[in-house]
Design a protein around this ligand. Structure first.
Ligand code: ADQ
Length: 454
C-alpha cells in the first residue's frame, strides 16, 4: 500500500554541490524508509518559486515523489507566519498573550489547506492509499480530501499539546478546525492528556458522541490515540560514542574549566522557557555563593521564526539577561553563562550533551520535547531537570521534575542535581535510558501506520 505524507516542509534539501539529499530531522528519518519501501509521495510547501513543483527522489533511482505546493509571499505570511505561528501555536501552548486572532490569517489558512488537499488528490490514484498529515499547519485539508475521496485512509499526527477544551475554544474558528480534523480515521498525539483534551473538545464544541477513545461525528468515526514520538536512538548512541564527539566534549570541559557544566538547548521560542531558566540560574547564583567559579551554564538557542516580532523581542530580552548575569557575577576567568545563538550539527550537539553534568529542560509548555531524549541517550552520568509542563514529563518520572514558573524551585533543583550522589544519578539515568530506547522514532512511525491500517 503506497503512502502519501503531507507536512509543512518537504524532506529534501540541496547540498553544497547541488545534489538533492534527505534533510536531517526525526520525521524525515522515520518516514523515508517507509516511503522507500512502499513508494508514494511527500507533499510540502514550496517557498522558492525557482524549485520544481514535482520532483522524483532520489533522481537516479526514484522511490517516491516530492510535491511542492507553491506559496506566494502573502500566502506564506497569512498561513505560516500568521495562522500557524501567531494563532495555533500560542493557543495550543496556553500562551494567549501572544495570540493574534486576525481573520485574514484564517482566510489564507483555508485557501492554502485547500491547495494542499488538491495536491494530495492529484497524487493519490489508488484505492488502498494511506494519507498521513502532520501537525497544526494542516487542520482543514483532511475534510476536503475526505469529501472527494471517501475511500482513502486518513491519519493526522499533532506534534504540539492539544490544549484543554476551555482554551481551545478561545479560537474563533475552533469548531471549523475541529470538523476538519474529524474527517480523519486516526488522530495521534503524544500523551493521554492530549487525547482526553481532544475528546472533550469534540464532545463539548461539536456535540460529538464519544465512545472510549472514538469520536462519532457527522456519520464518520475518528479514533484518537497517544503515540509518543522518539528519536533515532541507535544513531545518537553511535554519535555519542564516536571519537569526534568524545574529543569535542573533552575540549569543551577543558575550555570552560569549571567543575560543573549545566546545559540548555532549544529553538529560541517563548514556549521553551529560556528566559525564566536564565533567571532561575541567576537566583541559584544569588543563593549559593559557594558555587561561584565552579559551575558554567551553557545555553544554546537556534534562531527560529525570526520574522515574527515576539521572537525578535525574546532574542533581545535573552541577550539582556545574559549580559546582566555575567555583568554581575563573572570574575577572573569565570563566565557563568555561555550563550550561543546559532544552529549546530547533531555531532556538535552530542558533544554538549556528553560534556554536561546536568541539562535544564524547562519549557513553559511543550508537546513532547525531544532534546530531552537526545540528552538522555548521549549523556553518561548526568542529571535531567525537566519541566512538568512537557509531554516528556509524563513518560520520564525519574527526571527531577520542576514547575518552570517556580523560580526558587528551579534554582533549588540545580543545586540538588549538582549534589546528587553518583549512584542515584546512575539509577535515574539508566531508567530514563530504557524508556527512551522504547520510544524510538522508527517504532513510532510503524506504530502509527499499523494503527491507521487497523
Ligand atoms: P520543536 O518545538 O521544534 O518540535 P523539540 O522537540 O525540542 O522541538 O526538537 C527540537 C530539535 O531541534 C531537536 O532535535 C534538537 O536537537 C534540535 N535543535 C535544538 N537546538 C539546536 C541547535 N542550536 N542546533 C541544531 N539543532 C538544534 C515540535 C514540538 C515538540 C515535539 C516535536 C516532535 O513542539 O514538542 O517534541 O515537534 O514531535
Amino acid at each position: 500500500m503506497s503512502l502519501t505524507v503531507v507536512a509543512n516542509r518537504v524532506p529534501i534539501r540541496q547540498s553544497d554541490n547541488g545534489d538533492w539529499v534527505a534533510s536531517v530531522g526525526g520525521l524525515t528519518t522515520a518516514l523515508l524508509p517507509v516511503l522507500r519501501q512502499r513508494g508514494g509521495a511527500w507533499i510540502g510547501m514550496g517557498e522558492d518559486p525557482d524549485l520544481p513543483e514535482r520532483q522524483l527522489f532520489p533522481a537516479d533511482d526514484p522511490d517516491f515523489t516530492v510535491r511542492r505546493v507553491p506559496l506566494s509571499e502573502d500566502e506564506l505570511e497569512g498561513y505560516y507566519y500568521g495562522m500557524a505561528n501567531r494563532v495555533l501555536w500560542p493557543v495550543s501552548h496556553y500562551m494567549i498573550q501572544h495570540f493574534e486572532p486576525n481573520p485574514r490569517f484564517m482566510e489564507t489558512y483555508r485557501s492554502v489547506n485547500r491547495r494542499f488537499a488538491e495536491a494530495v488528490l492529484n497524487e493519490v490514484d489508488r484505492d488502498d492509499e494511506q494519507i498521513w498529515l502532520q501537525d497544526y499547519h494542516l487542520m482543514l485539508a483532511p475534510q476536503w480530501i475526505r469529501e472527494a475521496r471517501p475511500d482513502v485512509t486518513l491519519g493526522h499526527f499533532w506534534h504540539i499539546p492539544w490544549p484543554a477544551m476551555e482554551v481551545f475554544r478561545i479560537l474563533p474558528w475552533a469548531r471549523e478546525l475541529l470538523r476538519g480534523m474529524l474527517a480523519c480515521d486516526l488522530v495521534g498525539v503524544h500523551v493521554q492528556e492530549y487525547v482526553d483534551n481532544f475528546l472533550e473538545s469534540a464532545r463539548v464544541l461539536l456535540g460529538a458522541e464519544i465512545d472510549g477513545q472514538t469520536v462519532h461525528y457527522n456519520g464518520h468515526t475518528t479514533r484518537v490515540e497517544a503515540h509518543p514520538i522518539g528519536i533515532e536512538v541507535d544513531r545518537f548512541k553511535q554519535m555519542a560514542e564516536s571519537e569526534e564527539v568524545r574529543t569535542k566534549a573533552k575540549q569543551l570541559r577543558e575550555r570552560l574549566g569549571t567543575e560543573h557544566i549545566v546545559i540548555g538547548i532549544d529553538r529560541l521560542d517563548y514556549t521553551k522557557g529560556v528566559l525564566s531558566r536564565l533567571e532561575a540560574f541567576e537566583r541559584f547564583l544569588e543563593n549559593n555563593p559557594a558555587y561561584h567559579g565552579t559551575v558554567s551554564f551553557y545555553q544554546i538557542a537556534t534562531p527560529s521564526r525570526t520574522k515574527v516580532d515576539t521572537y525578535q523581542q525574546l532574542k533581545r530580552e535573552v541577550d539582556e539577561v545574559v549580559g546582566r548575569i555575567n555583568g554581575q557575577f563573572a570574575r577572573d576567568n569565570w563566565v557563568p553563562v555561555n550563550y550561543r545563538y546559532r544552529t549546530y550539527t547533531q555531532f556538535e550537539l552530542c558533544a554538549f550533551y556528553r560534556a554536561a553534568d546536568a541539562a535544564l529542560i524547562t519549557p513553559l509548555r511543550d508537546g513532547m520535547n525531544v532534546v530531552t531524549q537526545e540528552f538522555i541517550t548521549a549523556n553518561q552520568n548526568g542529571v535531567l531537570i525537566l519541566s512538568e509542563l512537557t509531554g516528556a514529563a509524563y513518560l520520564l518520572p525519574e527526571a527531577i521534575q520542576v514547575n518552570p514558573y517556580d523560580k526558587d524551585g528551579l534554582a533549588a533543583s540545580i543545586r540538588t542535581a549538582l549534589e546528587m550522589s553518583p549512584e542515584e544519578r546512575t539509577t535515574r539515568l539508566n531508567a530514563l535510558k530504557s524508556t527512551v530506547e522504547g520510544l524510538d522514532v522508527q517504532r513510532w512511525a510503524r506504530g502509527f501506520l499499523d494503527a491507521l491500517h487497523a
